[in-house]
Design a protein. Structure first.
Length: 144
C-alpha cells in the first residue's frame, strides 16, 4: 500500500532535492527520477516520493491526475526493489513526467521498474557520494 508517510510533503526536502548538489538524476522516457539520500526521520519508511506532471504537458487536471495515479501505482507495486539499499538512510525521489502523451499502465510500470533498478545501481556504486556534504568531498579530493 502507498501510505501518507511515503509522500514527500516537506518543502525543505523538496527544495534540497531540486536545488541541492547532492541529488542525482536518471531518465527513462517519459519519466525522469531525481533522487538523494537523507537522514532517516521518525517514520520508518525507506523512501519518500513526489510525482510531478507539469501543466505544460497536460492542460486538464483529469489528465495530470491519471498520469500521477499510474506512476504512484507502478511505484507501489515495485517499491520492494529498494529493499536493502542504504538501510540507515532514507531515499527521497521525485518522479517527473516529461511527455505530453498518455502511456499504457504496463509501459509506465516497466519504466518505473527500470528507474528503480538504475537508482539502486547508482546508490550501490557510490553510496557515500549522496550522503556527504559536497564541499567536504571537494576538500577530500583536493587533499589527495
Amino acid at each position: 500500500m502507498f501510505s501518507k508517510e511515503e509522500r514527500l510533503c516537506s518543502r525543505l526536502l523538496i527544495e534540497k532535492l531540486f536545488n541541492g548538489d547532492r541529488s542525482k538524476s536518471v531518465m527513462s522516457f517519459p519519466l525522469r527520477a531525481i533522487f538523494m539520500t537523507e537522514e532517516r526521520d521518525d517514520s520508518c519508511v525507506r523512501a519518500k516520493i513526489l510525482v510531478s506532471v507539469p501543466k505544460k504537458n497536460f492542460k486538464h487536471a483529469v489528465d495530470r491526475n491519471r498520469v500521477k495515479r499510474q506512476v504512484r501505482e507502478a511505484y507501489r507495486k515495485n517499491k520492494t526493489i529498494l529493499d536493502g539499499v542504504l538501510p540507515e538512510k532514507m531515499l527521497v525521489i521525485a518522479f517527473v513526467w516529461t511527455d505530453s502523451k498518455h502511456r499504457d499502465s504496463d509501459e509506465v510500470e516497466r519504466r518505473i521498474k527500470g528507474l528503480l533498478h538504475r537508482i539502486v545501481e547508482k546508490l550501490s556504486e557510490n553510496p557515500s557520494n549522496l550522503s556527504e556534504n559536497p564541499s567536504k568531498s571537494i576538500e577530500k579530493r583536493s587533499e589527495a
